[in-house]
Design a protein around this ligand. Structure first.
Ligand SMILES: Cc1ncc(COP(=O)(O)O)c(C=O)c1O
Length: 466
């Protein structure tokens, strides 16, 4: 076995399976084999879609012992993340703690389940390799830990998967296939290939060993904040929720487990109403990691009896939560990871006032361009950006006068646009579109009053009217 940087940190618990050379050779072999087939004409039958580890007719309920074993198994390969008191506690009236999962090497908690599942494979499956379908965090986690443990990995990522995540998976040496208009199509291809090449398919939110690994997060929380009253868990396919719920309720049933989803991807909420997992159409959401149309059968059977409350947050509050985390906690968190805080900011959990609340910030993989847009949205939702169209005289000095008005009122001009040609009113007027930065909603209200009193033709951007 060659001595790489990764192998030096290995312990008897997580010994590498294949050497670097053998791993590379197997990855190459798989890549060549898969290249030989035309994936666009691949026929996928109902039988191909069967995943023996996730059978909706016989769901498996996770046991505490599986989590305890997983936590021990992965402890050298997934470092304990900090869980620290938040600067926002006073503002929200809760004793708030953030569990910083975004600090893990691939940027999310998914490493827990991925490593546990890879480590528990029988040797023959470790040698052949594994396959997964994911647009992001699960793929990254499997690729990264597959390389560390010397296990070959193939991931199928849908066409919309962010380039950054695709490139990172490739950089870990995995075979990366971009196929499928959505995750379900990618999953079909992955399951078919798993059967063609004898690769173990690993469902990222429903494989029992994934659930057990995610549960280790719950154990760490109890270690770090022993008197916690409630944990707010972002929910996509339900794996994280199931793992945390079993870990925490087994040791302290008094702790409330609250599931948080986006309003635009509310599969767990709909399933709890129906009493079983139901297909729920997902709309595009900032919390893209939570956009799973059908909750996992094992995850549902495990989590549903243990969850105290389910809430769904709006896109506006997800954007505000991301903004607050950047400004107040210096934390870059993706939409899915910010939903717990969004639920608090949106006022959906008034019963937790004065309580000790832990929010896992479970992922930080957000594209820089998306982050920029989200922060602007957050500022608008927060009423710290004000957009107004106003008509002013085209005489010299009137623009300067307008700017003086803004600066005296303490607002700064972020954007300004001058419109002459298309204006239908008198020839000596000009329409101006301005975006102003203001301190808060009170300041925005003050600016609104001053501008309305000074100019005759004024129109403010009203988000609700769009
Ligand atoms: C950052 C982040 N948070 C939460 C979740 C939800 O996890 P689960 O699908 O296990 O419910 C995901 C899923 O990908 C995620 O990426």
């Amino acid at each position: 076995m060659s001595e790489t940087r990764d192998t030096k940190r290995m312990t008897m618990l997580d010994e590498r399976f294949l050497s670097d050379t053998d791993l590379q050779q197997r990855q190459q072999e798989l890549e060549n084999e898969i290249k030989k087939i035309d994936l666009s004409t691949l026929e996928i039958t109902a039988e191909d879609m069967i995943d023996e580890w996730c059978n909706p007719d016989e769901p498996r309920v996770l046991r505490f012992e599986e989590i305890a074993a997983a936590a021990y198994r992965i402890k050298f390969g997934v470092e304990k993340t900090p869980c620290t008191s938040s600067h926002m506690s006073k503002i929200v009236g809760m004793d708030l703690y953030f569990k910083k999962e975004f600090l893990l090497p691939t940027g999310s908690f998914k490493e827990r389940g991925a490593r546990n599942t890879l480590m528990t494979l029988p040797p023959v499956e470790k040698a052949r390799g594994v396959i997964a379908a994911s647009a992001g965090n699960h793929a990254l986690a499997i690729c990264y830990h597959g390389r560390q443990l010397g296990i070959p990995v193939v991931v199928v990522m849908p066409r919309h998967a962010p380039i950054m995540k695709v490139n990172n998976c490739k950089s870990f040496g995995a075979v990366v296939i971009i196929r499928g208009m959505n995750l379900n199509e990618s999953k079909g291809i992955a399951l078919k290939l798993s059967k063609l090449y004898g690769l173990r398919y690993i469902n990222g939110f429903d494989h029992p060993h994934i659930l057990a690994g995610q549960g280790s997060l719950g154990l760490e929380v109890l270690d770090q904040v022993p008197d916690v009253d409630a944990i707010l868990v972002p929910t996509g396919g339900g794996g994280l929720l199931a793992g945390i719920a079993v870990a925490v309720k087994s040791l302290n049933p008094r702790v409330q487990i609250i599931s948080v989803e986006s309003e635009r991807a509310s599969g767990f909420y709909a399933s709890t109403k129906a009493g079983h997992p139901v297909f729920t159409e997902c709309q595009s959401t900032l919390a893209d990691g939570l956009a799973v149309p059908l909750i996992g059968a094992n995850a549902y059977a495990t989590a549903a009896p243990l969850v105290d409350k389910v809430v769904c947050v709006s896109e506006e509050y997800i954007a505000i939560a991301i903004l607050r985390l950047v400004e107040m906690e210096k934390a870059v968190v993706e939409g899915a990871g910010a939903t717990g805080l969004a639920a608090v900011l949106q006022g959906l959990l008034p019963e937790l006032k004065g309580k000790k609340v832990v929010i896992p910030l479970c992922g930080g993989n957000i594209d820089t361009t998306v982050l920029g847009r989200v922060l602007e949205r957050g500022l608008v939702a927060d009423k710290r950006l004000l957009k107004v169209w106003l008509t002013v005289s085209d005489r010299p000095g009137s623009l300067a006068q307008m700017c003086k008005l803004f600066s005296t009122a303490g607002a700064s001009v972020k954007d300004i646009y001058h419109e002459r040609a298309w204006l239908k009113s008198d020839m000596f007027s000009v329409q101006i579109q301005v975006v102003l930065e203001v301190r808060d909603s009170e300041h925005a209200a003050e600016l609104t009053r001053i501008i309305s009193e000074t100019y005759e033709h004024v129109q403010f951007y009203n988000e609700n009217a769009q």
